[in-house]
Design a protein around this ligand. Sequence first.
Ligand SMILES: *Cc1c(COP(=O)(O)O)cnc(C)c1O
Length: 399
Amino acid sequence: MTSARASSLASSLARALGRIDRRDERRRLRPFALAPGGRLRSDAGEFLDFSSNDYLGLSLHPLLVERACEWTRRHGAGAGASRLVTGTSAPHLAVEARLAAFKGTEAALLFASGWQANAAVLAALLKAAPDAVVLTDRLIHASLHHGIAAAGARQVRFRHNDLDHLEALLAAREGRGGPRIIVTESVFSMDGDVADLPRLAGIARAHDAFLYLDEAHATGVLGPGGAGLSAALPGGVDLVMGTFSKAMGSFGAYVAGSRLLCDYLVNACGGLIFTTAPPPGVLGAIDAALDLLPGMDAERAHLAHIAGHVRDGLRAMGFDTGASATQIIPAIVGAAGDALALAARLEEEGILAAAIRPPTVPAGSSRLRLALRAPHAMADADRLLATLARLRGRASCPA
Ligand SMILES: *Cc1c(COP(=O)(O)O)cnc(C)c1O
């Protein structure tokens, strides 16, 4: 304790927390450790984990762990400076070249995190085109909104994955305003549904729009060799971003696109210029994941298979799973309190599934967000379904 004095800001914070409490939306930090077999450990014991985004189990893979240690031993624990000062090492450039080859683009750049990449890159793009019209899917990630808001740009939102609506909005603005930027995701983080990329790319081309695609949940899991859905569409997407923190098992993010785009960002993106370069250990883990991903078709097929099984089972029980078509499956229950209650009951049964509530998802669509992972066995998927069926049988349990 330093001081008992409560500033007037502190009482504003306490009032704001109180309002969050009354809406059943208070969040707390809890310690967990990833464990093999799609498990998580905490002081309460071991859980079957359907919450984390380590979709391929790479965070515990010996090759990533070993190379992170090796590159740390060889190059040190930190990069020492920002990229434009002395923070760019040969491994930074080598990993960026590998990423560009992986994504099928001319160039790629590393970022500290996916949140930071989206927030910083969109702001930088809009700096060059303050009159741009930004068309966004209604359900894009908070970091994308942040980047657009930071630039003070106006967003025109289209209904989720409704490309007829996007086309109508573009047509209505034909010949007016500056450049068009379309911002969307290939796999949506809370719904697990997929955007129609070939059609999106066609629309972007027809309307001379720049297509910005977030592949956070597709990278490693979908597309040729796990390179994301944009990799099946060479030249169709102008900017692809993705993160190393989900299926790629470690940390950090990338932006891939043309040489012109990356050269511009090196010169204009504050989130790349005014931050220390990623450390060697993280680069080593990324490099190892890039070695492994092309050879993981069997893991990807297994993941798709168990996800399909869980989706079918949930639907048969009467759960609304939205338009999920990937390893992310929402079991939509509606009220925040109901989603929390169901997650708490599952936890008593040794199963962790995150209750996702507003403001992360729209009001009335609170859900369990089930993230299947390649380390799960079919028996784990069946245990989840059997437990949910039993809990749902109890009168007080929503679904
Ligand atoms: C997780 C996520 C990010 C942020 O990536 P981090 O590397 O975790 O900061 C960005 N976009 C989407 C859609 C995400 O789900």
